[in-house]
Design a protein around this ligand. Structure first.
Ligand SMILES: NC(=O)C1=CN([C@@H]2O[C@H](COP(=O)(O)OP(=O)(O)OC[C@H]3O[C@@H](n4cnc5c(N)ncnc54)[C@H](O)[C@@H]3O)[C@@H](O)[C@H]2O)C=CC1
Ligand SMILES: O=C(O)[C@@H]1CCC=N1
Length: 264
């Protein structure tokens, strides 16, 4: 029998997770309950059979897997209301930034399997990178949660201490990459393309570059060496970007996002 899944917080990420799980056939739409405070604003297309409610307690008590997808400052309030109905048979998964496994165990008040998963919004199209940490879970439960997120992209099981870093690299990273694509589109328009063609070229080129790394298991510089023809046009562009702080600005952005999590 397929598992009942409650997604507490049907916002950007919660909705994307539901979309990805449905697209990957991990579960039936009717097995998913999404909770929100304002039922009229669902972010993204979902089948009508997905249950939408503002009743967190009922959603949690009726589900085998509970995925917390509210904002960090909202988690304590949500956990206070659902903790009384949590049981050891259920699995609690949090995608919430900065809330550790031990924080979750304390709020849950019972010893149930607790996972953290850090996907990104590409989960909606089964292309997420999801880092997972956990405590109190059997091998079977780890396999189930890993399988859940493997059906919507790639998975790395990591120590909970690295989850803030995972949030930055694997989740904020989607926005970082898209900002790079947008800059390429702006440059593409300046050198003659219409916006639509520039967007297609910029997006597919970045997708292809990433696929080269994943398929060849290579380091970026190995693939860059295959593009930078000596005295060619690539290397002059790359060097100009580096002269203007390209890599340094990206590294500093990663560190800034990381420090923000630690500060909150
Ligand atoms: N958006 C992303 O790419 C990623 C987000 N995250 C984390 O996921 C969590 C959600 O992020 P987003 O989806 O971007 O935020 P969001 O603001 O789009 O979604 C949060 C949702 O929770 C709902 N909500 C708030 N309080 C609630 C309550 N008491 N009961 C039921 N629903 C409630 C809100 O109505 C909203 O729809 C955050 O903790 C964020 O740090 C983690 C990785 C990636
Ligand atoms: O920006 C945020 O705080 C969340 C965590 C990673 C992506 N969105």
């Amino acid at each position: 029998m397929s598992q009942k899944i409650a997604i507490i917080g049907g916002g950007n990420l919660g909705t994307a997770i539901a979309q990805g799980l449905i697209k990957s056939d991990f579960c039936n739409p009717a097995d998913i309950t999404i909770t929100k405070r304002n039922l009229s604003t669902l972010k993204g297309e979902l089948p009508k059979t997905v249950k939408i409610t503002d009743d967190n307690v009922k959603a949690a008590s009726d589900s085998d897997v509970i995925i917390l997808a509210v904002k960090p400052f909202q988690v304590e309030g949500v956990m206070k209301t659902i903790a009384p109905v949590l049981t050891k048979k259920q699995v609690l998964i949090s995608v919430i930034t900065g809330v550790t496994v031990s924080d979750l165990k304390e709020m849950a008040q019972i010893e149930l399997p607790v996972f953290r998963a850090m996907p990104n919004t590409a989960v909606a199209i089964q292309e997420s990178m999801t880092c997972i940490s956990y405590d109190n879970a059997t091998d079977k439960q780890v396999q189930t949660v890993t399988k859940m997120f493997n059906t919507v992209g790639k998975v790395a099981v990591i120590d909970d201490k690295l989850m803030d870093a995972a949030t930055v690299l694997g989740a904020c990273g989607t926005a970082f990459a898209l900002r790079y694509v947008r800059a390429n589109i702006q440059g593409g328009i300046e050198i003659g393309f219409d916006a639509k063609t520039a967007s297609l070229i910029a997006a597919q080129t970045v997708k292809g570059a990433a696929e080269l790394l994943l398929s060849n298991n290579t380091h970026p510089e190995q693939e860059i060496d295959k593009v930078t023809t000596p005295k060619g046009c690539t290397i002059v562009g790359l060097n100009e970007m580096e002269h203007r702080g390209f890599s340094s600005s990206l590294i500093r952005g990663v560190i800034t996002s990381y420090k923000k999590i630690a500060k909150d």
